[in-house]
Design a protein around this ligand. Structure first.
Ligand SMILES: [Zn+2]
Ligand SMILES: [Zn+2]
Length: 307
């Protein structure tokens, strides 16, 4: 295979036609907004640091709370980084082809042709207008990750929002308990609202943190429950919003347990990208390209059957 390449050809990530950014010589692939990564990390680590610095020293059993909160924070950050820097399931582009038809029938399923990526899209594959790529099992384009959520990073995405939900809920409860302790300790016994306002003014960082965590917890809990529901019914966000299966059965639904097993236990398919390989000057012919699209579709169907 190597002998067919020109040694002077650039690496694939150097002439990438999508909107992704590559770092570390093609080893790390981020979405079209790499600045989302440090911004989102600040939103995770900022409240955690505020809690550790301002709230934790005022609590009893602070070593246990620190151990639990640190463990949750590490899991949240690692799953976030994996979801952000992983190929979400991009289907590699091809050189332009003159296809005779915009649709291709494979086992009774009509595949639509993507004029940008030059291939027939397998079922559940969608072209993301932000990343400018076709992504397998496209769920949505996440502004916090700065990239798509799809076949290869959906699991780490769900782990990330689940852990963030538990972490923000845990810190929120501890913070509110601390503020309630102030209210009880410094109660005048006359006016409850005055006692509450007085306790809030006792520790401004803890008060700001409590309001921030309440907003984060209920937002992320809502998102997490929504994705648990989507896994239960075997749909992606894109399919659910577009009501793709309204009025007919969803062929991707393996039952609630089967859907959870597929999401969390099934091996993640290997990336189809080779960003560190030399780019190929060889033009695909129509027959080989269509056969490749049929093969990808059958692999996608096999994934469903094996789960
Ligand atoms: Zn496409
Ligand atoms: Zn995208």
């Amino acid at each position: 295979m190597g002998s067919r390449y020109n040694v002077l050809s650039p690496k694939a990530h150097e002439i990438w036609q999508g909107n992704n950014y590559f770092f570390c010589y093609g080893r790390v692939m981020l979405g079209p907004r790499p600045c989302a990564l440090p911004a989102s990390l600040t939103l995770i680590l900022g409240p955690f640091g505020t809690y550790v610095y301002f709230v934790l020293p005022q609590m009893s059993s602070n070593v246990i709370h620190l151990a639990i909160a640190s463990s949750l924070c590490i899991i949240a950050v690692v799953s976030f980084l994996i979801a952000s820097a992983t190929d979400p399931g991009v289907v590699p582009r091809r050189s332009p082809l003159n296809v005779p038809s915009d649709t291709l029938d494979v086992d009774g399923v009509a595949l639509r042709y993507c004029n940008t990526c030059q291939h027939f899209r397998p079922p559940r594959c969608k072209h993301c207008k932000f990343c400018n790529n076709c992504v397998m099992n496209f769920d949505h384009h996440c502004p916090f990750l700065g990239t798509c959520v799809g076949q290869r990073n959906y699991r780490s995405f769900v782990v990330f929002i689940g852990t963030t939900c538990v972490l923000s809920g845990y810190l929120m409860v501890l913070d509110i308990v601390l503020l309630c302790t102030f209210a009880t300790k410094y109660s005048t016994g006359h006016n409850t609202w005055d006692d509450i306002l007085h306790s809030l003014s006792m520790d401004i960082p803890a008060t700001i943190l409590a309001f921030f965590l309440i907003i984060v917890f209920f937002s992320v809990a809502h998102l997490f429950c929504y994705h648990l529901y989507l896994i239960c019914v075997g749909q992606t966000t894109n399919e659910q919003i577009r009501k793709v299966f309204k009025g007919h059965a969803n062929p991707n639904n393996l039952g609630c347990l089967g859907n959870f097993a597929r999401t969390f236990c099934h091996p993640i398919p290997r990336s189809r990208l080779q960003p560190r390989e030399l780019s190929t000057p060889i033009r695909d012919d129509l027959t080989r390209s269509v056969q490749s699209d049929i093969q990808i579709t059958k692999e996608s169907n096999d994934d469903l059957g094996d789960a």
